[in-house]
Design a protein around this ligand. Sequence first.
Ligand code: ADP
Ligand code: ADP
Ligand code: ZN
Length: 216
Amino acid sequence: MKIILLGPPGAGKGTQAKSISNRYDIPHISTGDIFRKNISEETPLGVEAKRYIDNGQLVPDSLTIDIVKDRLSDEDCKKGFLLDGFPRTVAQAEALKVFLQNKNEGMDCALLIDVPKDFILDRMTGRRVCLSCGASYHIKFNPSKVEGKCDVCGSDIIQRKDDNEATVKERLQVYDNQTQPLINYYNEEKLLKVVDGTKAINEVFDSVCNILGRDK
Ligand code: ADP
Ligand code: ADP
Ligand code: ZN
């Protein structure tokens, strides 16, 4: 099973990705998580990516595409994978398509988590994340059991530097300009499916399972 999760920042991609990855036993590949790991380890990639991420801009395609191709070449991706936060531009989508075509493969589904703009700011500014395992929480909608600690791995959970109001607004603009066109792109590729992302987290997951099928 090869799945892309689409949707604006704050739609719930990361939250659903954790459940989908468990349920269908496929690796969850989040470009945002990969960049944040590199930033915390101060790798050359992290230093470069940070300049863009802190300003709400996209990391250039030239960097991003190679990272994803590398990751998709790992052994565990043979059984399928779940992409969260990639592709974000038409150039990335095209590169992914060519990469898979060269192996006689293709994506199975691009799943849009549809959430209107007026939900986003609350979701983003209340978000707390675990930098160790990537789990995502919300101070109101999905609090961790122990305040400040990740339910999954017990590490500290923090507010992302780019989850402030000004940067969120910038990211939404970037989404409209560069990522939204992918909805039409995947519709034309006959891969697009849509779920209503305004429902509760477990209800959204139920809709996702209806689309992906009940079997593994
Ligand atoms: P994305 O990966 O699309 O940016 P996240 O999964 O990190 O989004 O979710 C953004 C924020 O909204 C997080 O704080 C998360 O806990 C919360 N959230 C996710 N899905 C829902 C939902 N269906 N209802 C309410 N809050 C949600
Ligand atoms: P969110 O979950 O809020 O949508 P992500 O964690 O997916 O955010 O991404 C955080 C930031 O990392 C983005 O704002 C962008 O700067 C960078 N980034 C992540 N994925 C990509 C990508 N595919 N192309 C370019 N930049 C990316
Ligand atoms: Zn964790």
